[in-house]
Design a protein around this ligand. Structure first.
Ligand code: PLP
Length: 415
């Protein structure tokens, strides 16, 4: 079926609402995506028809809930080309997935004096857990620099830092600030050659283009349901089975055990060993439906649409005097996701976002949970950011460009 953005938009009830009397233009999908009716219905259907706890009920609705929850893991596994649902651990979000690895794997495998390698473009969720691990263990945290364009990881610097023999390498597949898409397969291969375990932050990639964890060859891959049309509170950690089998559990409690005695316990099989307590059942069901929806549209089609929108937006924004754009330029569009960070010379990004809001255009301004990148590399206290998804139209971009005009008029900036 041909990609039809207007038909897609009809599936998202919020997109036909108004903000201050104007049609809502939602340009903050990198923060969280909007939800289609199908996902909303799947969650309310669970509550209305088969709400029960999973894994322990000997009655019909509990069996149905267990089946729907497990089925969602099959869908997620196929979505990222994982071996099976056994490789798919549900967490709260990307942040918890990374913390799980830093705690459970990190505490067991990282020793005093070891090196941990991340990059300068990481979100705080792929910085702070490694800082904490380094402090707990007396390890050294290294950063791969960005290249001169301040858009991509500098591969020469990466090579040099891999030469120091890190125990783990963790990097983002796609940057939430720059929009850059890293060559995950190549970096993983280089890191493996250097003897490191590899974790990839897939928060901004999984929702937007086809991810193939086995093709990439990584050991761990983390992402969030709420950025890919699913509900908040459900995240995913993909892990290689042999590694996860040998990892101690993260949290202890119900469901993650096989047996418990007064002093000792044994662990449940994968992936349940890493899911302690009652799961986010409705979250899993909602995420499974989101994956079905994305499959129905086609990840290739979604990527193609976003490239078109980003190109259009870069052209339009690039023509506005005083607008500073960050991240890969238009010639590197094939290595750019649907995120555009920008500033208007002489205007604080918070004022930009506030005036955009008065025009019904929702964007974000700040450090975007990447303070080292924004403050130290881009040298800005904060930046404004618009981000796109399968439901974004060129008209949305036009409204954003018109809002820039409003910023200039309100703040009396010379044109
Ligand atoms: N990594 C990246 C690149 C992100 O953009 C985000 C969220 O914006 C995260 C990690 C954290 O995601 P969450 O807040 O869902 O844990």
């Amino acid at each position: 079926m041909a990609f039809d953005v207007e038909a897609i938009r009809k599936d998202f009830p919020i997109l036909s609402t108004k903000s201050d009397g104007k049609r809502l233009v939602y340009l903050d999908s990198a923060s969280t995506s909007q939800k289609p009716r199908q996902v909303i219905d799947a969650i309310s259907g669970y509550y209305k028809e088969y709400n029960a706890n999973i894994h322990r009920g000997l009655y019909d609705i509990s069996r149905r809930a267990t089946e729907a929850y497990t089925n969602s893991k099959d869908l997620v596994a196929r979505f990222v080309n994982a071996e099976s649902y056994r490789n798919i651990v549900y967490t709260r979000n990307t942040t918890e997935s990374i913390n799980l690895v830093a705690r459970a794997w990190g505490d067991a495998n990282v020793k005093k004096g070891d090196r941990i390698l991340i990059s300068q473009m990481e979100h705080h969720s792929n910085v702070v857990p490694w800082q904490q691990l380094a402090k707990r263990k007396g390890a050294i945290l290294d950063y791969a620099d960005l290249d001169e364009s301040k858009s991509f990881i500098d591969m020469n610097d990466l090579k040099e830092k891999l030469g120091r023999g890190p125990t783990i390498v963790a990097f983002t597949h796609a940057s939430n600030v720059l929009g850059s898409i890293n060559d995950a397969g190549k970096i993983t291969e280089m890191a493996h050659k250097a003897g490191a375990t590899v974790l990839i932050d897939g928060a901004q990639s999984t929702p937007h283009f086809k991810v193939d964890v086995r093709g990439i060859g990584c050991d761990f891959y983390a992402f969030s349901g709420h950025k890919m049309l699913g509900p908040a509170g459900i995240g995913v950690l993909y892990g290689r089975e042999d590694i996860m089998e040998n990892m101690p559990p993260f949290l202890g409690g119900g469901d993650m055990i096989r047996s418990v005695d007064f002093q000792e316990s044994t662990w449940n099989e994968l992936p349940w060993k890493f899911e302690a307590g009652t799961s986010n059942i409705e979250g899993g069901i909602g995420l499974g439906t989101a994956v079905e929806y994305l499959n129905g549209v086609g990840m290739g089609e979604i990527r193609e649409h976003e490239v078109k929108i980003v190109k259009y937006a870069l052209e339009r924004l690039g023509a506005v005097e005083g607008v500073v754009l960050y991240g890969p330029d238009i010639n590197n569009i094939d290595r750019r996701g649907g995120v555009i960070s920008f500033n208007i010379k002489g205007v604080h990004p918070h004022d930009v976002a506030t005036i955009f809001d008065s025009e019904g255009v929702a964007i974000r301004a700040g450090h975007h949970c990447a303070m080292p990148l924004v403050n130290k590399i881009l040298n800005e206290p904060s930046v404004a950011r618009m981000s796109f998804y399968l439901y974004t139209t060129e008209e949305d971009v036009d409204r954003a460009v018109a809002a820039i005009d409003k910023v200039r008029t309100v703040l009396r900036i010379k044109k």
